[in-house]
Design a protein around this ligand. Structure first.
Ligand code: NAP
Length: 450
């Protein structure tokens, strides 16, 4: 079965792509592995030539790539443009800091010299999701390449056009150290079994994470997992409500709610609970929904009709278990309109699972203690936001959150300069910042006695 790209807004097929045969897949791996041998001998500075060319090609073709992204997975055109610009910033960041970060590090001992060299591991497979089809690939591939590795990409099946475009972008200087493998999830095992492949980074669902981590164990390859989340967004009585409402709308509804760090569980302290929800509803009901290419649209369709149907079933089950529908819950094909559930509690899908779409799960809480207990009552642990004016007091309690990140008076977001990753079923390992460069290196001990 070929990989098919379907426009989720129109329902039309955009393109179809033949899946690689075993031979084609192995040939692509062989080519990258051969080129990686000379790539790793280049200095970090020399490797920047590729990164700079990638960045330029990306920006020169911004309109074309943004149009493709929006057509394949439905996100707002303005969000596609912003995603491309963020990828370019990530290139700039790593070109600024990597040389110093990858320098050998001396450690004083009784030897004449001892320390650590940061060498590449070889060729790393990235198994990537569709929700940020360029950003997810860039944040994995740029530091991995700069560290001297080759990169193999298995992208999500519904964004095969983006996968092909990414191969064009990363091969703009003909280094040949990046290849897109148009393969199915089942073929991932054959890639990991290949001796020329030395590690895997997966961003995706828990199910995919379990499966790829098991394969990484079977073939003894290092792995990094960035999985799902059901992040809490805690609003305390002493916060600036209007600012919190505006931020929440971005945090929950950006990318049609299809982000791992979306503010999925909204915990509002009791004194401001009703006011907050009223303000939230008043704002979202004024926003336009629909065509992702229209400049005034605020909420675009979800990436696939089946995902919208799955979300609708989770909402239905939550209502059956006692959640109250406060606003919305209208679906047509992949278009799911703004939805707010209230009185959400443990035992409902809206609390226990990840709602990967534009649905708010509101919960009234007595105080910060209750909010911390409810935040931690989750199989996930990606990030939490707390809105308050008692910033020092809340910062002092950060260690009580079993999360990969604590953001105060900000939505949880990724930034090239700070590490990103989760705990519990949200995965392990960290991307971005220095951690991203270190994800797939051999931290080689050097010891020179005299
Ligand atoms: P997905 O269905 O798990 O797919 C992600 C990638 O894994 C795709 O390339 C998919 O290929 C592949 N895959 C799926 N099952 C696999 C298996 N058994 N073996 C090998 N590969 C497999 O996830 P998605 O629907 O694309 O993305 C949404 C999920 O990603 C959400 O849970 C979201 O929270 C998470 N996510 C996490 C982060 C983070 O940084 N923590 C960021 C973004 C998204 P096919 O498309 O061919 O099935």
């Amino acid at each position: 079965m070929p990989l098919k790209s379907i426009n989720p807004f129109t329902g039309e097929e955009i393109n179809s792509y033949d899946i690689f045969s075993k031979q084609e897949m192995n040939d692509a791996i062989d080519d990258v592995a051969k080129n990686q041998k000379s790539w790793e001998l280049k200095s970090v500075k020399e490797r920047f030539k590729l990164i700079a060319a990638v960045k330029n090609h990306l920006l020169e073709n911004k309109e074309r790539f943004a149009t493709l992204m929006t057509a394949e997975m439905g996100k707002l055109k303005s969000e596609s443009i912003a995603e491309i610009e963020k990828c370019a910033l990530l290139c700039d960041y790593y070109m600024e800091v990597s040389e110093e970060m990858l320098q050998p590090e001396e450690i004083k001992t009784d030897a004449k010299y001892s320390g650590i060299d940061y060498d590449p591991l070889g060729n790393i497979l990235g198994v990537m999701p569709w929700n940020f089809p360029f950003w997810q690939v860039f944040r994995f591939a740029i530091p991995t390449l700069i560290a001297g590795n080759g990169v193999l990409l298995k992208h999500a099946s519904n964004v095969a056009g983006c996968a092909v475009a990414l191969e064009e972008i990363f091969n703009v200087t003909k280094e040949g150290v990046f290849a897109t493998l148009l393969i199915s999830a089942k073929q991932v095992e054959e890639v990991l079994a290949n001796d020329k492949v030395n590690g895997v980074s997966l961003t995706g669902s828990e199910a995919a994470g379990r499966s790829v981590a098991a394969l990484a164990g079977k073939y003894l390859k290092p792995s990094l997992l960035e999985l799902g989340g059901n992040s809490a967004f805690i609003v305390l009585n002493d916060c600036d409500i209007d600012r919190a409402v505006d931020d929440f709308i971005v945090g929950r509804y950006l990318n049609s709610g299809q982000s791992c760090v979306s503010a999925k569980r909204l915990m509002i302290q009791e004194d401001i609970h009703d006011t907050f929800l009223k303000k939230l509803k008043a704002k979202v009901q004024e926003f336009s929904t629909g065509d992702p290419n229209w400049k005034n649209t605020k909420l675009a369709p979800m990436a696939r009709k089946d995902l919208a149907e799955e979300l609708e079933a989770q909402v239905k089950e939550s209502i059956k278990k006692g959640a109250k529908l406060y606003y919305g819950n209208e679906r047509s094909g992949a278009m799911y309109k703004y939805t707010i559930l209230n009185d959400v509690a443990p035992g409902m899908p809206a609390f226990d699972e990840e709602l990967f779409g534009p649905v708010t799960a509101a919960i009234k809480v007595k105080d910060l203690d209750e909010a911390i207990a409810l935040t931690n009552n989750s199989k996930f642990g990606l990030g939490v936001s707390i809105y308050t004016s008692s910033t020092d007091a809340v910062r002092a309690r950060a260690s009580e959150f079993n999360e990969g990140a604590v953001f105060i008076n900000s939505i949880v977001k990724s930034d090239p300069r700070i590490p990103f990753g989760g705990v519990k079923n949200s995965g392990y390992g960290r991307e971005l910042a220095k951690n991203g460069l270190m994800a797939f290196v051999n931290q080689k001990t050097i010891y020179l006695k005299d």
